[in-house]
Write a protein that binds this ligand. Structure first.
Ligand code: MF3
Ligand code: CO
Ligand code: CO
Length: 267
């Protein structure tokens, strides 16, 4: 499959799907408190999607070599890097959790995730979540026609590593449109001027996974999906779906509850 460039109708479809994905995160936000289980978060998301008239792209999702993904979203707690499966263990004060939502509306996909702090968390955990958000934005703010994918990866890697964190290599952002995962791959590390040149109409995700400790990850092994840090250090992730416009970028996964861009971003 090759890169798809969206026309005006496609962009409109992507805007709707992106906003709806973000609104699922808004819907669950007030519920993320000590004591709630990730299965309950999943149930709330499914309820929200039903009201929206969207469907979950993750429920039953089965890339080659994987078992079908069993939930409407992913919940990745503490040292879980990504693809955590909702379960019956209550969240506790001090946990950090990434909730990753992908919805389908009229055939278009919107994919976004945020970190949530459960009650009061450690200064180190808070800092990891905040700086991972900034790392994502260091990638986004570079997006415009003529730059290369390597410029995005470089910006994210430089920021993360200069703060003493590491960038997960095994998972990356991705083109998105009428398919969940399209070309190109969007690496969160790299070298300026390398890889594909950006052109208007491209839509892709930027979703850095940043570890407090070493970059290495492994499969948990018990469910075919869950990825954890090898050294059990904390990991954080944020994700937006973005459009390359004629002059820059448009973030497609924004809604009333989206955190504002960091101060260093001039929109
Ligand atoms: N939403 C994830 C992404 O950002 C993919 C999750 S696939 C799943 O690409 F099957 F684990 F849900
Ligand atoms: Co994604
Ligand atoms: Co996602």
């Amino acid at each position: 499959m090759s890169i798809t460039y969206k026309d005006a109708d496609g962009i409109q479809g992507m805007r709707v799907a992106g906003r709806l994905a973000s609104e699922v995160l808004d819907y669950i936000t007030p519920h993320i408190k000590p004591g709630i289980t990730t299965r309950e978060i999943d149930r709330l998301a499914a309820e929200c999607m039903k009201k929206q008239g969207t469907t979950s792209a993750t429920l039953g999702y089965q890339p080659a070599g994987y078992p079908p993904y069993p939930a409407s979203l992913c919940t990745s707690v503490n040292h879980v890097v990504c693809h955590g499966i909702p379960n019956d263990k209550p969240l506790k004060k001090g946990d950090i959790v990434n909730v990753d939502v992908t919805v389908i509306k009229d055939g278009w996909f919107g994919d976004t995730s945020r970190m949530f702090l459960v009650g009061e968390v450690s200064i180190a955990a808070k800092r990891l979540c905040a700086l991972t958000y900034e790392a994502m934005w260091h990638g986004i703010m570079n997006v415009k026609p003529g730059i290369h994918l390597g410029d995005i990866g470089f910006a994210i890697q430089k920021f993360a590593e200069s703060n003493g964190f590491s960038v997960v290599r095994e998972f990356c952002g991705h083109g998105i449109g009428r398919n969940f995962h399209e070309e190109p791959q969007v690496l969160h590390y790299g070298k300026p001027g390398t890889l594909e040149e950006l052109r208007p109409g491209m839509t892709f995700t930027i979703e850095p996974m940043i570890n407090a400790g070493r970059k290495d990850v492994k499969e948990l092994g018990s469910d075919g999906w869950t990825i954890v840090t090898k050294d059990h250090s904390l990991s954080a992730q944020w994700e937006h779906t973005v459009l390359v416009t004629e002059s820059g970028y448009e973030v497609l996964t924004l809604s009333a509850g989206s955190p504002p861009p960091p101060p260093f971003v001039n929109a």
